[in-house]
Design a protein around this ligand. Structure first.
Ligand SMILES: [Zn+2]
Ligand SMILES: [Zn+2]
Length: 274
């Protein structure tokens, strides 16, 4: 059993209404031993001013208190999901702003994720009006490669191929065409002692595999990747640890033996299949 969910949100995120207390209570109920809340921090989110930003002192006050309240039942970790961007005028200053934030606050764990590129969120159709499906995916992966090089301080890159969730209806893209690009991303992350996550959120939407796709997980292992966190990306209690059983079976089938959690941004390894 996987005993830790390392990518979840609460009402500190603009897109969640679930209080941290409700999330922690459900994590406990499910028998998790470790639970990390990783609320969204997307500095300068272009589509809505002030969206996806939270108040850091309030966050730490709240989660530190909750951690004490749950101390005998659940090991609550305090994390963050940083929205990384590669537009030239953004990438010249944003890495330093996040670096300072991570230096100033005692997060256990930080995820770096791409949610926005070219000032657009591929969640919305505008992005796909500008790009064919294949070009849209390529640009997304290229932005990850840029970000993996420019930003520091996070432990894993989140949902590497999350853009596949938002392809225009009926579109399909064979990600194998981007093998070299994925390879460059994985090698760049490994060269900086950073890892990736398995994000299980798409199972709830009927997908048959997680983010990233199994072939990418295999390639990461082949390249010597060891840091692999597992996260549901739950924004509500019902989604916590979603599809963890089948994810565990998938990882074992691919040859993984361990997954990772973090405390004070230091990795801890847990055996799969236990
Ligand atoms: Zn995300
Ligand atoms: Zn998330």
């Amino acid at each position: 059993m996987i005993i830790a969910d390392f990518h979840t949100h609460s009402s500190f995120s603009t897109d969640s209404d679930s209080r941290p207390e409700e999330m922690a209570a459900r994590a406990c109920e499910l028998g998790l031993k470790q639970y990390c809340i990783t609320d969204h921090m997307d500095l300068d989110f272009p589509l809505e001013e002030g969206a996806f930003i939270f108040d850091l002192p309030r966050y730490f006050d709240k989660l530190t208190l909750l951690r004490m309240q749950y101390a005998d039942r659940l090991d609550l970790r305090i994390g963050i999901e940083l929205g990384l961007r590669n537009e030239p005028e953004v990438i010249s200053t944003m890495p330093e702003r996040y670096r300072k934030m991570l230096a100033d606050w005692p997060f256990d764990f930080a995820i770096g994720s791409t949610h926005v590129l070219e000032y657009r969120d591929p969640y919305y159709p505008e992005y796909w009006q500008m790009h064919s499906p294949e070009e849209g995916v390529r640009l997304y992966l290229e932005s990850i490669l840029d970000n993996a090089g420019a930003y520091d301080g996070f432990q894993v890159y989140g949902h590497l191929d999350y853009i596949l969730r938002y392809l225009p209806e009926g579109a399909e893209v064979d990600t194998g065409r981007f093998y070299d690009l994925y390879d460059a991303i994985l090698k760049k992350l490994l060269s900086k002692d950073m890892g990736i996550e398995v994000n299980t959120s798409c199972y709830a939407k009927g997908a048959s595999s997680p983010h990233p796709e199994p072939w990418v997980l295999s390639r990461y292992l082949e390249l010597g990747g060891e840091i692999l966190t597992i996260g549901s990306d739950a924004h509500m209690p019902e989604r916590i640890a979603g599809a963890f059983d089948r994810t565990e079976a998938l990882l074992l089938g691919l040859g993984y033996r361990y997954y990772t959690t973090f405390r004070n941004r230091k990795p801890e390894f847990h055996e799969l299949g236990k």
